[in-house]
Write a protein that binds this ligand. Structure first.
Ligand code: GDP
Ligand code: IMO
Ligand code: MG
Length: 429
C-alpha cells in the first residue's frame, strides 16, 4: 500500500485539519510528519469545534491509528492539554495514539530562546508562534536534542539540566530578561513544573519505533494518510526565507519525518484557500489592506487558531500556487473556503508579477516584501450563498468557472471544494 499525503500549498491554515478529518474514514492510519504545536488544525462537527496542535486530525475516528512521527517536535505540556481537552469532550485518544521515540522534545527553555531571538530582531521579527519551534529544530540538527525515547532513561534529568543551562546562557547572551516573561500565561518556573508533570502522561503513551511501525502497517496493506502542518510557502528551504518555519513542510518532509521511501508516496492532495492568508511577517504580494481584505478576514474568521492573531488576507496567487504544486508533485487540488468569496462581485487572481521591469511567472530569489507587483486577471464572482450545497452539479456556474480557471492555470484537477467549516460542508467533483 502507498502513503497518500495532504499538505498545505500556501502559508498554512488552508483547512488541513478539516479535510484530514473528512478523509479519515478511507484510511487506517493518519500520521503527522513535521512541525509542532505551531500548528493549529481546526475540526468542526455536531456543533463542536476542536483545535489540534500536535495530535493528528484522524483522532475523531476511533478505528484510525494516529501517529506522531519522528519529524514532529513535541511540547509535552501542550500535548497533555490537548489530550485532556479531547478526553473531557468524550473523544478517545490514548488508545489509538502512537508517538515516535525519535520525536524531539520542546523544552521550556526552547521557548525562552524563541522569545529572546524574536525580541532581538525588532522590526525584522519572523512573527513566530513562540512555541519553541526554531530553537528545538536547531538543537536537533546541532545534535543536542532530547527525544521522547530519552524520557524514561536514568540520565534524563542530567541531559535536561545540561541543555537547560546551555539555553539559559544563550538567553542571557541575548540580554533577555525572562523573569517577567510568560509562557502560555505562566512564569518560567511554573511552566517548567507543568512541563515536568506532563512527562508522566507522555511516558504512558504508546511509544513506537515509528519507521518500523509504519512500514509494517504498509506491508499489512493498511492505508496511510500523512498530514502536513504549515504550508509550502513556509518551508525552510523553499518558503520566503527567513520568514518561514524550521521544517520541510513540502513532500520531502514526509519521507524524513516518517521513515518511508519516496516510492511509497501515492496521491498528493494539495490544499489551498480560494484566496490567500498569511499570519506573521514576510512578503505577501497579493495582500489586501483595504475593505476587500477586511471583508475576507471577517467573513472567513481569519484569526490564528494557535495565537489568535489576525491573519493577513489577499487574492489568490497563481505563480505561488504553481510553485507549490511543482515542489510537491500534487495530484489532486482541494479548494477551501469558497463560501468566503460568496459576496464578491468580482474576484481577482494574480497570474504573474512585475519584477525588475519584467513580467515573470516564477518566484525570484530576492522576492522581498513589496518587490513583486501582482498582475491580476479578473473573474466574475458567483454572488450567492454556497454553504448549503452538497452536490457538484449544484455549484453556481461562476464558481465552477473560477475552479476551471484555476485548473487550467495549474494543470491539476480540483477534486474537492469546501463550502464551510463543518465536516459536512464539502463537495466532491
Ligand atoms: P489548518 O491549520 O490548515 O488545519 O487550518 P486552520 O484550522 O488553522 O484554519 C482554517 C479555518 O477555516 C478554521 O477555522 C476552519 O474551521 C475554517 N474552515 C475550514 N474550511 C472552511 C470552509 O470551507 N469555509 C469556511 N468559512 N471556513 C472553513
Ligand atoms: P498550520 O499547521 C500558519 C508561521 C508563523 C510565523 C512562521 C514561523 O496551522 O497551518 P514558527 O512558530 O514556526 O517559528 O513561526 O510560520 N506559522 C504558521 N502560520 N499556520 C501554521 O500552521 C503555522 N505555523 C507557523 O506565524 O510566520
Ligand atoms: Mg492552522
Amino acid at each position: 500500500m502507498s502513503v497518500d499525503v495532504l499538505l498545505g500549498l500556501q502559508w498554512g491554515d488552508e483547512g488541513k485539519g478539516k479535510v484530514v478529518d473528512v478523509l479519515t474514514p478511507a484510511y487506517d492510519v493518519v500520521a503527522r510528519f513535521q512541525g509542532g504545536p505551531n500548528a493549529g488544525h481546526t475540526i468542526e462537527f455536531g456543533g463542536k469545534k476542536f483545535v489540534l496542535h500536535t495530535i493528528p486530525s484522524g483522532i475523531f475516528n476511533p478505528d484510525c491509528i494516529n501517529l506522531i512521527g519522528n519529524g514532529v517536535i513535541i511540547d509535552p505540556a501542550i500535548l497533555q492539554k490537548e489530550i485532556v481537552n479531547l478526553e473531557s469532550s468524550g473523544v478517545t485518544v490514548t488508545k489509538h495514539l502512537y508517538v515516535s521515540r525519535k520525536a524531539h522534545l520542546i523544552l521550556p527553555t526552547h521557548r525562552l530562546i524563541d522569545a529572546a531571538s524574536e525580541a532581538s530582531k525588532g522590526l525584522q521579527k519572523i512573527g513566530s508562534t513562540l512555541k519553541g519551534i526554531g530553537p528545538t529544530y536547531t538543537d536537533k540538527t546541532a545534535r543536542n536534542g532530547i527525544r521522547v525515547g530519552d524520557v524514561s532513561s536514568p540520565d534524563f534529568l542530567d541531559k535536561y539540566n545540561t541543555l537547560k543551562n546551555r539555553h539559559l546562557q544563550i538567553v542571557s547572551q541575548y540580554g533577555f530578561d525572562y523573569s517577567t516573561h510568560l509562557i502560555d500565561g505562566s512564569d518560567f518556573e511554573s511552566y517548567e513544573k507543568k512541563w515536568f508533570a506532563s512527562l508522566e502522561l507522555l511516558k504512558r503513551l504508546n511509544h513506537v519505533d515509528s519507521e518500523y511501525f509504519i512500514n509494517e502497517l504498509l506491508q499489512q496493506g493498511k492505508k496511510v494518510l500523512a498530514e502536513g502542518a504549515q504550508g509550502s510557502l513556509l518551508d525552510v528551504d523553499f518558503g520566503s526565507y527567513p520568514f518561514v518555519t524550521s521544517s520541510n513542510t513540502t513532500i520531502a518532509g514526509v519521507c524524513s519525518g516518517l521513515g518511508i521511501a519516496p516510492s511509497k508516496i501515492g496521491k498528493v492532495y494539495g490544499i489551498f484557500k480560494a484566496y490567500c492568508t498569511r499570519v506573521g511577517s514576510g512578503p505577501f504580494p497579493t495582500e489586501l489592506t483595504d475593505a476587500d481584505g477586511e471583508n475576507m478576514r471577517k467573513t472567513g474568521n481569519e484569526f490564528g487558531s494557535t495565537t489568535g492573531r489576525p491573519r493577513r488576507c489577499g487574492w489568490i496567487d497563481l505563480p505561488a500556487l504553481q510553485y507549490a504544486i511543482m515542489l510537491n508533485g500534487v495530484t489532486d487540488l482541494i479548494m477551501m473556503k469558497a463560501d468566503v468569496l460568496d459576496g464578491f462581485e468580482n474576484i481577482k487572481a494574480a497570474v504573474a508579477y512585475h519584477f525588475g521591469g519584467k513580467e515573470i511567472t516564477y518566484i525570484p530569489f530576492d522576492a522581498e516584501d513589496g518587490k513583486l507587483k501582482p498582475v491580476y486577471q479578473e473573474i466574475k464572482g458567483w454572488n450567492c450563498k454556497v454553504t448549503e450545497l452538497k452536490e457538484k452539479d449544484a455549484l453556481p456556474l461562476d464558481l465552477e468557472n473560477y475552479i476551471r480557471f484555476i485548473e487550467r492555470n495549474t494543470n491539476t484537477p480540483v477534486t474537492i471544494v469546501s463550502t464551510g467549516p463543518d465536516r459536512t460542508q464539502i463537495v466532491y467533483r
